[in-house]
Design a binder for this molecule. Structure first.
Ligand SMILES: Nc1ncnc2c1ncn2[C@@H]1O[C@H](COP(=O)(O)OP(=O)(O)OP(=O)(O)O)[C@@H](O)[C@H]1O
Length: 258
């Protein structure tokens, strides 16, 4: 199995606050990994460091066997490492098709060229293909403001996929999405992920979603990875239940844990 992402001793401090401490993680190609942890546990800090949005205070990151620490998001995107956001980063007052064409233009050019036409036939074709794959073709000519939250999340993830990444980091893909929409959204995303053979790491608070879509879990608490392993093993772990998922251990009659 080929290693795609590796972090060693990755840490980030904000003054006296330790947001992430000594994160050592190796992800192999094709893995679907969930990142769990209570609020403030360091999940977004980890994603931000890996995707070039936040410089680490200490440690190293390699992607595809090469060091990437210090590279910005656009350079990382060209190397095949990209992300989506907790709050979709979209041009709200522009039509969906423009959002996609602009993203494609930005991915193609080192320098964004304002004077070049944004809707080339190739870009429109690529945009329409991804709209269809993400089941949001009906919003093609609508402003982003007309889309429900689930469809906006799908558009944000579609944009992350436009650059033909090898690895995708999703920051809370189902946050703000209704209970009924969550599974449809994740089924759509995972279908697109499988079609492209992508490696995925995604932050998630909903344990039912985690159980259903990932094979491996990284559990964060107070900036540290307290458990890394197969989903069932991590979710059954006492410390994870105490610090992350909020389930209390019931003492048995003999005084031990149930
Ligand atoms: N820019 C910043 N300045 C100061 N402290 C920060 C900054 N960003 C994050 N932190 C702190 O770092 C810690 C980890 O935050 P982070 O956002 O990574 O947690 P999280 O697990 O993603 O939480 P959530 O689930 O609420 O999004 C928290 O204590 C947070 O307050």
């Amino acid at each position: 199995m080929t290693e795609i992402l590796k972090t060693e001793g990755l840490s980030r401090y904000f003054g006296a606050v330790t947001a992430a401490e000594n994160i050592n993680v190796t992800i192999t190609e094709g893995e679907i990994v969930g990142v769990i942890g209570s609020n403030g546990a360091g999940k977004t800090t980890f994603i931000n460091m890996v995707t070039g949005y936040l410089p680490p205070s200490k440690g190293s990151i390699s992607f595809d066997g090469k060091p990437i620490k210090g590279l910005g998001p656009r350079k990382l995107m060209r190397k095949g490492l990209t992300r989506s956001f907790q709050i979709p980063q979209l041009f709200l007052e522009l039509p969906v098709i423009d959002n996609l064409s602009i993203a494609l233009a930005a991915a193609e050019h080192k320098q964004f060229q304002m004077l070049c036409p944004v809707h080339t036939p190739e870009r429109l074709k690529a945009a329409e293909e991804i709209l269809e794959q993400m089941h949001i073709t009906e919003y093609r000519d609508e402003m982003v403001t007309a889309m429900p939250q689930g469809a906006r999340k799908l558009l944000d993830i579609a944009i992350a996929m436009l650059g033909k990444p090898r690895m995708l980091l999703l920051d809370e893909p189902t946050s703000g999405v209704s209970m009924e929409e969550k599974y449809t959204l994740m089924d759509t995303v995972m279908e697109a992920v499988r079609a492209r053979g992508l490696t995925v790491l995604f932050v998630e608070h909903d344990m039912e979603i985690v159980q259903r879509y990932v094979t491996r879990v990284l559990a964060f608490a107070s900036g540290v990875v307290i458990k890394d392993g197969p989903v069932d093993e991590v979710l059954a772990d006492e410390k994870v239940q105490e610090l992350v998922t909020g389930k209390q251990h019931k003492p048995t009659a003999s005084g031990g844990d149930a």
